[in-house]
Design a protein around this ligand. Structure first.
Ligand code: NAD
Length: 422
């Protein structure tokens, strides 16, 4: 018996293998589990150790490649990192079905991030607002001095907005620094600028500044994608109208919208993760944007064009970069960017938006026709086979029988496996 405690003094100062030994001792890990965690695959333990704290190993996620994507007239192969079956296949299918109409057409509103500086303790917030706005030039200089490298790459300060909010603790004056972060996601860049500007805002207004951090609702960095699916490719009016009804449902009901958007994010987060970008930052921005009207709604829109074809659009904040964070430090992310062939953060964001739209098309079509489970379970059968204990060739054989039986369940997989082994 081991006595488990979460108090491990000096844990963070240890080497990864020493930490692993401590954890193994604390919870009684088998030697096989220790050796499993010691094998970090294609991410060197020293790189992992420099990325986050208290590292003991790595967690590998499958990396798939979506085919058939035609984005702004160019074919792209899209790397997607996800643990969920059907996500990659969905994108491949949806992308194939809109090639005849030219694929995806994309755009971007800009590459500007927002950093917020919170000012409190002013009895005359309107007055303070103007005091801040009067110092635009000084604020620009402070921002640009903070990140000369960004400036060299054509980025830097663009504008300020000053908003007054009424909080429970009194009024607060919120300054938005709007900064073009070019090929960087820009969190560190704009956070540093907010910290540099804040003391001056306090000095000019006589108030007190508290928070100085970016907003993930990056609505000056909206990625847009649109595509048309012909009636023929969809499979007729009934399927199209079923898809439209599914979209209508999502747009008026937050319970449905959450699942609709989860599907969209299946595609988006997979590419964000594969390229070493911050999935939480993108997800927070997407969901906040979906709720901008005051009601949480669908991130995509579906309509019918003059010929009866289905047209889809998506617009969401997509703060992703090619520089900084894990995009540079994770070797797989670098290779994923190479597979994509993108050389700007804007091109990456636009491609990701197209993937989100493709994913949503596939989900709506499945829901409007056979239901989501048929295709999903066929692909999920291998996971179920592994859960039942299948190894090597058994996995494929058990999965095939599960699908043929129309019962993709662990108990069924166990009995098929038993039969095979007997
Ligand atoms: P970073 O600071 O590592 O790199 C960006 C810097 O690279 C720029 O400031 C600039 O000085 C330089 N640079 C060089 N070439 C450039 C080019 N072509 N375009 C733009 N900049 C160039 O990274 P970052 O993008 O500022 O921050 C991203 C990281 O911040 C992510 O890891 C994210 O997880 C993390 N983060 C996120 C949040 C949040 O989302 N709320 C908060 C804090 C940190």
């Amino acid at each position: 018996m081991t006595t488990k405690t979460s108090r491990i003094s000096g844990f963070h100062k240890l080497l990864p293998e020493q930490r692993l030994a401590k954890v193994a001792e604390a919870v009684g890990l088998e030697p096989s589990a220790i050796s499993h965690l010691s094998n970090t695959g294609n991410l060197d333990i020293s790189v992992a150790d420099s990325m986050i704290e208290n590292v003991i190993g790595t967690m590998n996620i499958p990396l798939g490649v979506a085919t058939n994507m035609l984005v702004d007239g160019e074919d792209v192969l899209v790397p997607m990192a996800t643990e969920e079956s059907s996500v990659v296949a969905a994108v491949c299918n949806a992308a194939k079905q809109c090639r005849s109409t030219g694929g995806f057409f994309t755009a971007m509103s800009g590459s500007q991030m927002i950093a917020q500086v919170q000012l409190v303790g002013v009895s005359n917030p309107e007055f303070a607002r103007l005091q801040i706005l009067e110092h635009k030039e000084k604020i620009k200089a402070l921002c640009d001095e903070t990140d000369p490298v960004l400036l060299k790459h054509g980025g830097g300060y663009r504008d300020i907005e000053v908003r007054i909010l009424q909080g429970r603790t009194g009024p607060m004056v919120i300054t938005h620094l709007i900064v073009d972060t070019r090929d960087a996601m820009g969190a560190n860049a704009v956070n540093s600028m907010a910290e540099a500007v804040a003391p001056f805002i306090a000095q000019w207004t006589g108030g007190r500044t508290y928070l100085r951090i970016l907003s993930n609702l990056a609505d000056h960095r909206l990625a847009r994608a649109r595509a048309t699916w012909s009636l023929e490719e969809i499979g007729g009016v009934d399927v199209r109208d079923g898809m439209l009804a599914a979209y209508d449902f999502a747009d008026i009901d937050p319970y449905r919208a959450a699942t609709h958007n989860k599907g969209v994010m299946n595609g988006i987060s997979s590419v964000v993760l594969a390229t070493g970008n911050d999935t939480r930052a993108v997800e927070a921005g997407a969901h906040a944007y979906a709720a901008r009207s005051g009601q949480y709604r669908a991130l995509t829109q579906w309509e019918v064009d003059g010929q009866g074809n289905l047209t889809g659009t998506i617009e969401l904040p997509l703060a992703v970069g090619l520089i900084g964070g894990a995009t540079r430090s994770h070797p797989t992310a670098q290779i994923a960017l190479k597979i994509l062939g993108v050389t700007t953060a804007e091109r990456l964001a636009r491609t990701i938006a197209a993937v989100g739209l493709a994913q949503n098309f596939a989900a709506l079509k499945a829901l409007a026709t056979t239901g989501i489970q048929k295709g999903h379970m066929a692909l999920h059968a291998k996971n179920i086979a592994v859960m039942a204990g299948a190894v090597g060739d058994e996995v494929g054989q058990v999965a095939k029988e599960l699908v043929a039986a129309g019962k993709v369940r662990v108990d069924v997989a166990e009995s098929i496996l038993k039969g095979l082994r007997d």
